[in-house]
Design a protein around this ligand. Structure first.
Ligand code: SF4
Ligand code: SF4
Length: 91
């Protein structure tokens, strides 16, 4: 399983990431950041569909997105925790 993390305050709501995600799981969240931009998220309940391809992170012009992938199959993804078995793909 992969995991995508957004730095909300950098997002400008350009929606480029929504267009390149092969799974179509990134969408507007309904939230606005402090700069007044509508921001995106992985739609609730859809994170399991993420393949960790990192297309979203690569296309984002504002380095909002970091993608974490499991290194060992079957290991839980715990970014930021000690002993994590994840890799920072981009962002
Ligand atoms: S890593 Fe790939 S599958 Fe996952 S949200 Fe980004 S573009 Fe979509
Ligand atoms: S490409 Fe980056 S700035 Fe644009 S909506 Fe996605 S996360 Fe936000």
């Amino acid at each position: 399983m992969s995991r995508v993390v957004f730095l909300k305050e950098r997002c400008k709501g350009c929606l480029l990431c929504t267009q390149v995600c092969p799974k179509g799981i990134i969408a507007l969240s309904g939230e606005m950041n402090q700069q007044g931009y509508k921001i995106v998220e992985v739609a609730p309940g859809k994170m399991e569909q993420c393949t960790g391809c990192a297309s979203c992170a690569m296309i984002c012009p504002d380095t909002v997105i970091t993608v974490y992938k499991t290194v060992k199959p079957g290991q839980p993804v715990k970014p930021g925790e000690p002993g994590e078995e994840v890799a920072r793909v981009n962002g």
